[in-house]
Design a protein around this ligand. Structure first.
Ligand code: ADP
Length: 306
């Protein structure tokens, strides 16, 4: 039977402001990007989130399904709406992001009616992937429910992957984020960590927070630099895999999300960690050569997954 992956998180409506003030509608979210690229790479993946019963939620569902992302685990909450953000671009080309997301349906994935069904369904997946942004959605009780669900996944032989995506504005204070990330890293079987996130969160010794799990789980530590390298620690292996230079970096949105998708797709196909990291670099390199999180299908690189 095919390996089934669940990506947990939030996708929001995206409105990009044009010079004349009109708004162009799209959608975006880190874990959704990963799900979408996993689907394009042939992995059976479901996106696990909550939406409302409004027309825009409907549109998002249809768009995900058209990309091959499974939507059977998307809960619909009557009367609720998805989160929303506007991207404003100033006259120097700098973008700023402005959010309306506090009451987004996705925040109630692990609470209220239907949460028990979501948790039971999740326990059946072979690989469950969530990010630091996912963690910031749920509050203490929701994070506890997610952690318990991850233990149920592991008890059935499944694995849990965690991507440190630290966005300070998602957290009431840094201490909460520090402890939530510590718990998530301690529970994960596969950690994608960016050295930048770790430093913002824990200071100069940040990398130690993830490296202490070396030997217990697989760690993909993404460095900064241009082009950046990743250090992959799996079992007794400890290898550094540099990215190839990208001729023109147009937009780094979804670099890490697409890297994680290609890495996981390669590992699920049986490729060793260093080869999986090379696949991650290849896809991320293509993604940053295009505007937006989702590149045209025709621009997808042919990855050596088999
Ligand atoms: P994020 O900030 O989204 O987590 P990262 O900066 O960690 O993204 O980059 C993720 C991946 O994107 C890198 O591991 C690499 O494969 C690719 N990447 C990012 N920047 C560059 C660059 N300047 N040149 C080549 N590849 C890059």
């Amino acid at each position: 039977m095919a390996t089934r992956v669940a990506c947990i998180g939030e996708c929001m409506m995206e409105l990009s402001e044009r010079p004349d003030g009109s708004l162009l509608r799209g959608y975006g979210g880190d874990t959704l990007n990963t799900a979408l690229y996993l689907a394009r790479l042939g992995v059976a993946v479901d996106y696990v989130t909550a939406l409302g019963d409004d027309p825009w939620s409907e549109e998002m569902l249809a768009a995900w399904a058209a990309e091959g992302v499974g939507t059977a685990q998307v809960r619909r909450l009557p009367g609720r709406m998805p989160g929303l953000y506007i991207i404003r671009t100033d006259d120097k080309g700098e973008r700023s992001f402005h959010y309306w997301r506090d009451s987004a349906a996705a925040r109630d994935l692990f609470s209220g009616p239907g949460a028990a069904e979501t948790r039971a369904a999740l326990a059946d997946y072979d690989l469950v992937y969530a990010s630091g942004i996912s963690l910031s959605l749920y509050g203490e009780a929701g994070r506890g429910a997610l952690a318990e669900t991850c233990r149920a996944v592991q008890a059935r032989g499944g694995r849990v992957a965690f991507d440190t995506n630290y966005r300070p504005r998602g957290w009431p204070d840094k201490a909460k984020a520090q402890s939530a990330f510590r718990d998530a890293m301690a529970a994960a079987d596969l950690i994608f960590a960016s050295s930048e996130d770790l430093e913002w969160l824990y200071g100069p010794e940040g990398e130690e927070e993830v490296l202490r799990h070396h030997g217990r789980c697989e760690i993909v530590l993404k460095g900064s630099g241009s082009p950046p390298s990743v250090r992959v620690l799996a079992g007794s292996d400890d290898v550094t895999v540099p990215a190839s230079p990208v001729a023109a970096v147009v937009d780094t949105t979804a670099a890490g999300d697409s890297f994680a998708a290609a890495y996981m797709a390669a590992r699920l196909a049986g490729r060793p960690p260093a080869a999986a990291a090379a696949c991650g670099h290849r896809l991320a390199g293509a993604v940053i050569g295009h505007r937006g999180a989702v590149i045209p299908r025709s621009a997808m690189p042919d990855l050596p997954l088999a």
